[in-house]
Design a protein around this ligand. Structure first.
Ligand code: ATP
Ligand code: MG
Length: 139
């Protein structure tokens, strides 16, 4: 599949995520970068549903509960580092425990804290392209 695509709707972004999910096998870390509203959570909906871990409406922005867990047993972890203020707060996410077992870990605003992990990392960059257009790049 294409390493770079321009989508024109949230549905298109989620669909790309569903296709992209086929390439992922645990343990893997998916690092999402891109400005506010660029579509990181929308893309995550696609990835999580593509992995069969939850239904689309169950995938929401991890704001108050800092880490969302999808699937039973846990298959996908989804966190957003945007509101994480300090390294101390970052540590309270308990990512070390998450990394104890193979999973798919998806991080929004991943660039805020450099992560030490031996897992394979996939970086996806999202960019506003005016209106509803978004450029998605696997880097
Ligand atoms: N092509 C598109 N792809 C993704 N989202 C789109 C697209 N066009 C419009 N949108 C809209 O843009 C918004 C993207 O929101 P989303 O929560 O996915 O962004 P985000 O990158 O997770 O933001 P945040 O940094 O606040 O977490 C949604 O309101 C969505 O409907
Ligand atoms: Mg988001």
């Amino acid at each position: 599949m294409a390493e770079e695509i321009i989508t024109h709707s949230p549905e298109e972004t989620a669909n790309w995520g569903r296709e992209f999910a086929k390439r992922l096998s645990a343990p893997v870390l998916v690092l999402l970068t891109g400005e506010l509203g660029s579509g990181k959570t929308t893309l995550t909906k696609g990835i999580v549903t593509g992995l069969g871990a939850a239904r689309e409406e169950e995938v929401t922005s991890p704001t108050f509960t800092l880490v969302h867990v999808y699937g039973k047993p846990a298959k996908v972890y989804h966190a957003d580092l945007y509101r994480i203020e300090s390294f101390h707060d970052f540590e309270t996410l308990g990512l070390e425990d998450i990394f104890a077992k193979p999973a798919v870990v998806i991080l929004e605003w991943s660039e805020r804290f450099p992560l030490q992990s031996p897992w394979t990392q996939v970086r996806i960059r999202l960019e506003h392209q005016g209106g509803d257009a978004r450029r998605i790049r696997v880097t």
